[in-house]
Design a protein around this ligand. Structure first.
Ligand code: CA2
Length: 151
C-alpha cells in the first residue's frame, strides 16, 4: 500500500460553506473531502481539520513518519506560526500550500505566509476547486519522485 497524502486544514475551515460565501464559496469541507477522495482514486488520503495549532503540528509530525506528501491549508496559522514552519521544514517530501481565496488580493495581514518559505508550490484563489487541483499535482509529484528513485 502506498503512503498517504495528508490534506491538513487549519482553524475555522470546518465552517466552510456556512459563512462568508462571497470569499470562501458555498462548498462545505465535507464536500471538499469527497471531491478529493474521488480525485485521489487509489491513492490513500488522510483528510483532516483542526482548530488547534498543536494538533496541526502533531499531524505534520505524523506525516513526516507516514506521509508521501502534504497539502495544507493552515488558515490563520499561515501568517503567525513559526512552530508550524519549523515542523514543515522537517518533512522530506512535497508540500503544497493551499488557500481557497487569493490571499494576495486581500488585506496586507494576509500577505506574508511563513508556510510559503518551505512549500514546494502554492495554490491560492481557485476556490474549493484548488483542493482537487492540488491532489492532481501532488499525485504527479509523488509519481515523479518514485520515478527518480527508481532511475
Ligand atoms: O483562503 C483560505 O483558504 C484561507 O487560508 C482561509 C483562512 C484565512 O485566514 C486565510 O487568509 C486564507 C480563514 C479561514 C476562515 O474560515 C472560514 C470558513 C468559512 C467561513 C468563514 C471562515
Amino acid at each position: 500500500m502506498s503512503k498517504p497524502i495528508y490534506i491538513l486544514n487549519g482553524p475555522n475551515l470546518n465552517r466552510l460553506g456556512k459563512r462568508e460565501p462571497h470569499i470562501y464559496g458555498k462548498t462545505t469541507l465535507s464536500e471538499v473531502e469527497s471531491s478529493c477522495r474521488a480525485r485521489a482514486a487509489n491513492q490513500p488520503l488522510e483528510f483532516r481539520q483542526t482548530n488547534s495549532e498543536t494538533q496541526l503540528i502533531d499531524w505534520v509530525h505524523e506525516a513526516i513518519d507516514e506521509g508521501a506528501g502534504i497539502i495544507i491549508n493552515p488558515a490563520a496559522y499561515t501568517f503567525t506560526s513559526l512552530a508550524l514552519l519549523d515542523a514543515l521544514k522537517m518533512f522530506p517530501g512535497p508540500i503544497i500550500e493551499l488557500h481557497i481565496s487569493n490571499i494576495h488580493k486581500r488585506e496586507s495581514m494576509y500577505h506574508n505566509s511563513y508556510v510559503s518559505k518551505v512549500a514546494t508550490a502554492v495554490i491560492a484563489g481557485l476556490g474549493a476547486r484548488g483542493y482537487t487541483v492540488a491532489v492532481d499535482a501532488m499525485k504527479a509529484m509523488i509519481a515523479g519522485q518514485a520515478g527518480q528513485n527508481a532511475a
